[in-house]
Design a protein around this ligand. Structure first.
Ligand SMILES: Nc1ncnc2c1ncn2[C@@H]1O[C@H](COP(=O)(O)OP(=O)(O)OP(=O)(O)O)[C@@H](O)[C@H]1O
Length: 289
């Protein structure tokens, strides 16, 4: 596990589960069949959390969360309902200020930066619940996101044609080409999730936080969405943090699992090691891991 982590590593040190992060991509993650490991030649740390805590209204929601995420890594967060997974994403993305602790991105302290400043540095996120405009079409969503990413406003519609190639490219990447003219309200849950990813991708985030991207998606649509997320990670070299309850989805994607429990990081290790850990199983007593 990363040097800053206080979570138990249940099977040795360091990221680097089977499969490892993908080939070199836009972010420059080196290709490795074995994934990143500690020591010389391992990818640099992208995200660092140290002693992170969040208290609100007298309640401690998160305490002493520390971990390192390496460039090109896929780190999945699991844990029972209310464990603090979304709250942690809120702190990392800047939606809520941390009560204590620090957050670094590419080694720079971003703890006090607002959401948009973190986004400009390459950090993007999706939300558990849909954040689309029902009356706008798929292409219009992507065009507005492109306009906003280029420094324009979401509200003022201008020079739409300028973004045509970017919209077309994003539609193709996300498999939404044949739904370009459909209004968001008419999309299936899986298509909505793809569109949320498309909107996120327009800004080309290097570090993507995906909060339950399979929520509400039908079983038939899960494989295509999983494949899209896999390609964004493995083919494009993006670093991914993902909250997900579907273990079958995660086992094919994640290099490491972070287990949250009662606002703390209970374990952080390869999927196999985490699944075999008695303390983790205890935390999930009565639930299927
Ligand atoms: N703004 C807030 N004010 C007070 N309590 C909050 C706030 N946001 C979250 N909480 C509480 O923090 C705890 C953790 O919530 P959080 O949504 O982070 O959990 P989670 O692990 O993402 O759960 P789930 O898997 O159900 O989405 C819960 O008890 C929740 O009620």
């Amino acid at each position: 596990m990363g040097s800053a982590s206080t979570a138990r590593s249940v099977a040795g040190d360091g990221p680097g589960g089977a499969g490892g992060p993908g080939a070199a991509g836009r972010s420059g993650a080196p290709a490795s069949a074995e994934g990143p490991g500690p020591g010389a030649g391992s990818p640099p740390s992208v995200l660092g959390l140290s002693g992170l805590a969040w208290r609100v209204g007298g309640a401690t929601i998160l305490q002493d969360v520390s971990l390192d995420v390496r460039q090109g890594e896929f780190l999945a967060f699991i844990g029972p309902n209310g464990a603090g997974k979304t709250s942690l994403f809120n702190l990392i993305s800047g939606l809520h200020p941390a009560t204590s602790g620090t957050i670094t991105l590419d080694g720079a302290d971003i703890t006090g930066l607002p959401v948009h400043a973190r986004a400009r540095r390459g950090l993007g996120r999706t939300f558990q619940t849909s954040s689309l405009w029902p009356a706008l079409t798929v292409a219009e969503h992507i065009r507005l996101a492109a306009q906003a990413a280029a420094g324009g406003s979401y509200r003022i519609w201008r020079r739409a044609g300028r973004f045509g190639p970017q919209v077309a490219r994003t539609l193709e990447r996300t498999g939404l080409g044949d739904r370009a003219g459909a209004r968001a309200a008419a999309l299936s849950h899986g298509e909505k999730r793809k569109l949320e990813l498309a909107v996120l991708l327009v800004a080309e985030p290097r570090l993507m936080l995906l909060d339950e991207p399979m929520a509400g998606v039908s079983a038939e649509e899960v494989p295509a969405l999983t494949e899209l997320i896999r390609s964004l990670h493995r083919d494009e070299g993006r670093t991914v943090l993902m909250v997900e309850h579907h273990m079958d989805v995660l086992l094919g994607l994640a290099d490491r699992l972070a287990v949250m429990h009662h606002g703390t990081l209970l374990a952080l290790d390869t999927p196999d090691a985490v699944m075999a850990d008695a303390t983790v199983q205890q935390a999930y007593l009565g639930e299927d891991l």
